[in-house]
Design a protein around this ligand. Structure first.
Ligand code: PAF
Length: 284
């Protein structure tokens, strides 16, 4: 069915494939995903296809980045549809490992994530980035990637992985691709499918808040506290059920900015119903 796409689910086959690429001096692009693919993921595949000779997409819902009580069991698994989408955009290889293959019996190593993981997401999901860093390093090694492609939607994840690759001298270049949004501004996310029609309307306030934050800052407001107060008020007025954070921060360290005198990133995480959504916007 997916004639031109090579589907792999064991490490031996993956090693054979990547050895062949190495021998013929082909560059390997990795697009790590947890499936439930949308246009955001496909834009990463597209970029990988343009920049590297062989693109490997991985689909693995990584249990170690979910804490107890989070949505691991509920997380959408749509393998058939994902494979179809990947074949349509011309992805060459897809690696779909089982949990046992990634974490075989006896597995006991994990990465302590860098400093930047402790803020924001780290305060609400303290074990999340250790799980992400560990699986991403494993995927880098398994696929022997030269270049890996991530979405800016997970802004802090990118900061964590950049720091990890630098700290551990990991020889993989990272590319960060822009957030893909619906026409009305909602950032694409696999978790959007949890939202009902009313909740989806409410969810728009995340991006509206970020845009308003940008307008405040470009209009000359530079007091971090005032800005954050407005951000929180707008989210509450827009009907979100709970705010985890709404901040303007240093784009590299993610330290919150008390006084804005240079580029910042505005980041929000809020719950709409039971769904936790994140979004962000760079403000120059
Ligand atoms: O961004 C994601 O989908 C995941 O965190 C990743 C990078 C695939 C690791 O499981």
């Amino acid at each position: 069915m997916y004639k031109k796409m090579n589907s792999i689910n064991d490490l031996h086959a993956l090693a054979q494939l990547t050895n062949g690429f190495r021998k013929s001096n082909k560059t390997i692009g990795l697009v790590p995903t947890m499936g439930a693919l949308h246009e955001g993921h496909l834009s990463l595949v597209d970029q990988a296809l343009q920049e590297t000779d062989e693109t490997i997409v991985t689909i693995f819902v990584n249990p170690s980045q979910f804490a107890a009580g989070e949505d691991l069991d509920q997380y959408p698994r749509t393998l058939e549809a994902d494979l179809e989408k990947l074949a349509e955009v011309g992805a060459q290889h897809v690696f779909v490992p089982t949990a046992d293959l990634v974490y075989p019996p006896g597995f006991s190593t994990s990465i302590t994530p860098p400093q930047v993981a402790a803020r924001l997401e780290g305060e609400f999901r303290p074990t999340h980035f250790s799980g992400v860093a560990t699986v991403v390093l494993k995927l880098f090694n398994m696929t022997r990637a030269d270049v890996a492609f991530f979405g800016q939607k997970d802004y802090q994840q990118v900061c964590v992985l950049r720091a990890m690759t630098a700290d551990l001298n990991v020889n993989v270049q990272m590319r960060v691709c822009p957030i893909v949004r619906e026409a009305d501004g909602l950032a694409l996310s696999s978790r959007n499918r949890y939202l009902d029609a009313d909740q989806r309307k409410t969810a728009l306030v995340l991006y509206q808040t970020l845009q308003h934050t940008r307008d405040l800052i470009t209009g000359g407001l530079n007091d971090g506290f005032e800005i954050v107060t407005e951000m929180r008020q707008m989210l509450i007025d827009g009907g979100v059920d709970n705010i985890d954070y709404a901040v303007v921060a240093n784009p590299q360290t993610l330290e919150t900015a008390d006084f804005i005198d240079g580029p910042v990133v505005a980041l929000v995480a809020a719950h709409v119903g039971k769904t936790r959504l994140i979004d962000n916007l760079m403000i120059q």
